[in-house]
Structures are given as structure tokens and as C-alpha cells.
Design a protein around this ligand. Sequence first.
Ligand SMILES: NC(=O)c1ccc[n+]([C@@H]2O[C@H](COP(=O)([O-])OP(=O)(O)OC[C@H]3O[C@@H](n4cnc5c(N)ncnc54)[C@H](OP(=O)(O)O)[C@@H]3O)[C@@H](O)[C@H]2O)c1
Length: 188
Amino acid sequence: MSERRALVVGATGQLGPAICRHLRSLGFGLVLAARRPDPLTRLARGLRARALPWDITRDPALLLDLAGPVTLLVNAAVRRPLASDVEDPWSPEGLRRLLEVNAVAPARLVRAFAAQLTEPGLAVLLTEEEPPLSAYAASIAALETMGPALSEGYPLCGVRFVSQTRGPKVNPARTAALVEALVLGLGG
Ligand SMILES: NC(=O)c1ccc[n+]([C@@H]2O[C@H](COP(=O)([O-])OP(=O)(O)OC[C@H]3O[C@@H](n4cnc5c(N)ncnc54)[C@H](OP(=O)(O)O)[C@@H]3O)[C@@H](O)[C@H]2O)c1
């Protein structure tokens, strides 16, 4: 049987590495993406994975072309307003950036992922449960409202959200286990 392959975007954050390690232990070949090449290359090296330095707002079809066929997509990329941000998140530009990274780009990525499937596949989108009312929360909600409609026209593609509350109880291994439970439903 050929190796199952997964693309993990936002692989280098707080939760991404634990998910990647879990997927590797399940036998997935991994392609990892995030913007900063150094942490990405370090993570990929330890997992015998491919590293693709990538901004999620770029053309998703090109990313999938470079990644090669994958049956699992995990998106853990997120833009959160930082204390150091000078930009008002509710300004047109601030809001546009949040929506672009947290809603528009993941939605386009799922559509491109679904379009390349030739066997059943799954898109897992990490989100945050009950984020404090903010422009950030609005951008998360925008993606969630698209939900399963993201795979419209692509019956081979499942779409699932893994949502947790941010806080001291968040445990990357637990998130990875939630992703694993969904992945096991993929079979193979
Ligand atoms: N950590 C928690 O406590 C927690 C709790 C509940 C839910 N969640 C959810 O889980 C997901 C992951 O959270 P996290 O805490 O792991 O996030 P994080 O630590 O902020 O990491 C974000 C990841 O996304 C990448 N990234 C950011 N902007 C990107 C872009 N434009 N293009 C490509 N990659 C980009 C970052 O790498 P680069 O900067 O190099 O691009 C990094 O790998 C989010 O959806 C979050 O809401 C997290």
C-alpha cells in the first residue's frame, strides 16, 4: 500500500508540532508549511518531512502542486492580533488581514485540496472555541460558518473542525489526539 500523505499548514505553532508527530506515528508522509523557514526546516528534519515555506494567502493550487497528492489537510495557521501590533484590528486593513488569513485563505485551501483528491480525503481546520469578542473572533466565525459547504461539489472531501478553548488547559497532545480520532475515520 502506498504511503498516506498529509499537508499541515501552520505546522510550527503551539499545536502544530504535536499534530505532526502524531500523524508521523500513524505512518503519514508529511509536507509542512508555514512562513518562517528556520523553525519549519528544523521541525521537518526531525520528522523526515518536506518543508515548504509558504504564506497561506498565496495561491493554494500552487501549494498543492508543490506538495504533491495528499489525502489529509490540517490547517493550524492563524493570525492573532499581537500586543505589539500598531494596526487597529477593526480598521479596514486590520479586518481585511484577519479575514484573509483566518477565513478566506483556509477556505480557498480546502477547495483546492478537495479538487485534487482522487480518493476520500479529509480537511481538518483548527479553530478556537469562544474567543473573546473581537475582530479576531469574527474572522474565526467567518470560516466556521462556511463549514461543510466548503466541500460542495467534491464528494470525496470531508471537512471537520477541531475547536478548543484557549487557556492553560490547552494541551497540544490532546489536540493531536482529537485530530487523530478524525483521521482514523479516513481508513487505510
Ligand atoms: N494554542 C492554543 O492554546 C489554542 C487553543 C485553542 C485553539 N487554538 C487554535 O489552533 C490553531 C493553531 O493555534 P496555535 O496556538 O498553534 O497558533 P500559533 O502558535 O500562533 O501558530 C500559528 C502557526 O501558523 C503559522 N502562520 C501564521 N500566519 C501564517 C500565514 N499567513 N501563512 C502560513 N502560516 C502562517 C505560524 O508560522 P509562521 O509565523 O512562520 O508563518 C505558525 O506555524 C489556531 O486556529 C488556534 O486558534 C489554539
